[in-house]
Design a protein around this ligand. Structure first.
Ligand code: A3P
Length: 297
């Protein structure tokens, strides 16, 4: 156990990863409230990788036949977290939607999920931006300023919620190379660069590809627009709602999930040396894996 100032609590090392007490308890009991089906699709991310965005995209894409009115869509009145539950917190089968989410690293996912061969959509993000997003999120959650330097040092040592970040990424990356039909590995920066192509790709992966007719109707672009940072972050529900129903004990305000939604915001907070140091660690850890985050510098 380590007392981690950025989290203001003890975090625990379990099978190589650091977790808050509540998260570790949830991981241990995930089998009690989540019974996967082979047709399930699980969104897997490291916290602050763009999970909320991906939840919105998957929800809108998967339900587009049912919710085809993009002027009165359910995403206008509810947080994306309300539609896609976390398997480690509240997953149940009340909604017929077979899409769930988790922050549990791939290598620690319960064996039955992996063996059932549920599909996994993994979203990663440049660690510099992810770190800043995480640090800001923790400051907001704790309602106090956490020294950036302290949070940075812990992050570099891998001591953060679901860290080390590198190990979380590598587990899914390697599995995606081995089982490409079951694990779709994506980067936040690539999605930001070309959300249109990614929505099509996600639809194909979820086995609900867009028909030529749907494409002609501009449905892909409608989903991109609906789920954009600009649209979602300006909705009343995501600006002022106290909390959504799917974040469990954390009780997080919806607006905590929408900050800037930009690539490269780290430059406004980290020195060039700090950025270069994180890059160096990343290069070293990913060496020989075929994975790189350099392109987004
Ligand atoms: P920033 O803090 O850099 O702005 P998560 O959902 O995994 O907690 O990730 C939160 C991050 O995703 C935040 O990053 C947030 O602003 C960003 N985000 C939320 N919705 C988004 C959207 N629709 N498009 C792009 N980024 C989004």
């Amino acid at each position: 156990n380590v007392f981690a100032p950025p989290l203001d609590q003890y975090i625990h090392k379990y099978q190589g990863f650091w977790f808050r007490t509540t998260m570790l308890e949830s991981i241990m009991s995930v089998h009690e409230h989540f019974t996967p089906q082979p047709t399930d699709i699980i969104i897997c991310t490291n916290p602050k990788s763009g999970t909320t965005w991906l939840k919105a995209l998957c929800f809108a894409t998967f339900t587009r036949t049912r919710f085809n009115d993009f002027s009165s869509h359910p995403l206008f009145t509810k947080s994306p977290h309300d539609f896609i539950p976390w398997i480690e917190i509240s997953a149940n089968r009340e909604s017929e939607l077979p899409v769930f989410a988790t922050h549990i690293p791939y290598t620690l996912l319960p064996k039955y999920i992996v063996e059932l061969k549920c599909k996994i959509i993994y979203l990663s993000r440049d660690p510099k931006d992810l770190f800043i997003s995480y640090w800001q999120f923790m400051c907001k959650l704790r309602k106090e300023a956490i020294p950036l330097e302290t949070a940075y040092q812990y992050f570099c040592k891998g001591i953060n919620s679901c860290g080390p970040w590198w190990d979380h990424i590598l587990g899914s990356w390697k599995a995606s190379l081995e089982f490409p039909e079951k694990i779709l590995f994506m980067k936040y920066e690539d999605m930001m660069n070309d959300p249109f192509s990614y929505v099509k790709r996600i639809a194909e992966f979820m086995s609900c590809p867009f028909s030529a007719e749907e494409e002609r109707q501009g449905l892909v672009q409608k989903i991109v627009n609906l789920c954009s940072f600009e649209t979602l972050s300006n909705l009343e529900v995501n600006r002022n709602s106290l909390e959504n129903s799917a974040t469990g004990a954390l009780k997080i305000e919806n607006n905590s999930f929408f900050r800037k939604g930009k690539v490269g915001d780290w430059k406004n907070y980290l020195t060039a040396e700090m950025g270069a140091h994180l890059d160096q660690i990343t290069e070293q850890k990913f060496s020989g894996s075929g994975l790189s985050f350099r392109a987004q510098d």
